[in-house]
Design a protein around this ligand. Structure first.
Ligand code: FE
Length: 336
């Protein structure tokens, strides 16, 4: 081989190696339009290109698991602690050592494996003419016989309700949570069906007196220009549950670095970027959520009009720990 050729080869290898460092492979179960700006801005700041694979969380988890040691995935992003718990259970994450993340993200909003980047609240929606809002101020009230035939929820096996139950276990223990779940089921207006938005609409239509729903669904309806959605929001009132006790149940949207990530440095940079002021606004506001970093302000009229509230302060890790227990409790209670 001539020296010139060898040199050319070296350069080719070096530049390939360099190119590999400048890539981040993101597996994301988030799909909000504003996320586009989020990724473009990261590339602008760091020169790292984001290759994004978007799919449902179960599909992505399955894929990461099957790809095993050869997985190109660096970071997994999803919504709800229950789903992050699944990834944790499958042992897919690698712990991240980052001062930036440690200092910017409150201690109760991360585990050793993953970080929350936005929060959402599980609120109670009340039909003002069917139920006195004073009777539905706490999650516990949903089990009170006063609300017999009034309560609507989505399935008990949905992550949002499992996480709420997991928080109940953390606050009150398993036995009380089971009594509560049985009381809620006894108060059902109908068998669980549909998503949170369907529950809000059923409350507005008077089919249900109260329902539980994530705050961003409420905010989405509040921001909607559709006359039907405006009518829905006129018929209901939104309650921040448990303001005098444990605070409103909070869930999160977040992610972590994967164990087999080929671009670990880029992965940490990306997670740190998501905790920056600017990225926090994009990340949270894209789905009408709240930033996790204290004092970062979004300009979201719906969230602003919902006002301030007292949030639960338990560690999100506790939500993941209690998932299986809660599923069994709900099964016994008949919360299908
Ligand atoms: Fe949702």
């Amino acid at each position: 081989m001539k020296i010139g050729t060898a040199l050319a080869l070296c350069i080719a290898v070096a530049s390939t190696g360099h190119a590999q460092e400048k890539v981040l492979n993101l597996y994301s179960a988030r799909h909000y339009q504003t996320d586009e700006a989020l990724y473009t801005n990261f590339t602008k700041q760091t020169g790292i290109k984001v290759n994004r694979i978007e799919a449902g969380e179960n599909e992505l988890l399955e894929r990461i698991k099957n790809e095993g040691a050869n997985s190109p995935a660096d970071v997994f992003l999803t919504v709800d602690a229950a789903r992050l718990a699944k990834a944790e259970e499958l042992n897919l994450f690698a712990p991240v050592n980052s001062k930036v993340l440690e200092t910017r993200i409150p201690a109760n909003l991360h585990t050793k494996d993953w970080y929350a980047f936005s929060t959402r609240a599980r609120v109670i929606v009340v039909n003002k003419t069917a139920v006195n809002p004073a009777d539905a101020q706490n999650y516990e009230d949903l089990a009170n016989p006063r609300l017999k035939g009034k309560v609507c929820t989505r399935s008990g096996s949905h992550p949002y309700n499992l996480s709420l139950g997991a928080a109940m276990v953390e606050h009150h223990g398993e036995q009380k949570t089971e009594e509560w779940a049985k009381g809620v089921v006894a108060n059902f207006a109908r068998a669980p069906k549909g998503g949170d938005t369907d529950q809000i609409k059923a409350v507005a239509a008077g089919e249900c007196g109260v329902a539980i729903a994530n705050s961003y669904y409420v905010a989405r309806l509040m921001r909607s220009e559709k006359p039907a959605d405006k009518k829905v929001m006129e018929a209901v009132t939104v309650v921040w549950p448990n303001q005098k006790t444990t605070g409103t149940h909070i869930n999160i949207s977040g992610g972590g670095m994967l164990k087999n990530a080929p671009n670990k440095e880029a992965a940490v940079k990306f997670l740190e970027y998501l905790a920056s002021d600017q990225a926090q606004v994009y990340f949270a506001d894209g789905n009408n959520e709240w930033p996790v970093v204290p004092n970062v302000k979004t300009q979201n009229p719906a969230l602003e009009s919902l006002g301030k509230f007292k949030a639960e302060t338990i560690n999100v890790g506790a939500l993941t720990k209690n998932q299986a227990v809660v599923q069994k409790i709900y099964d016994r209670a008949g919360w299908k």
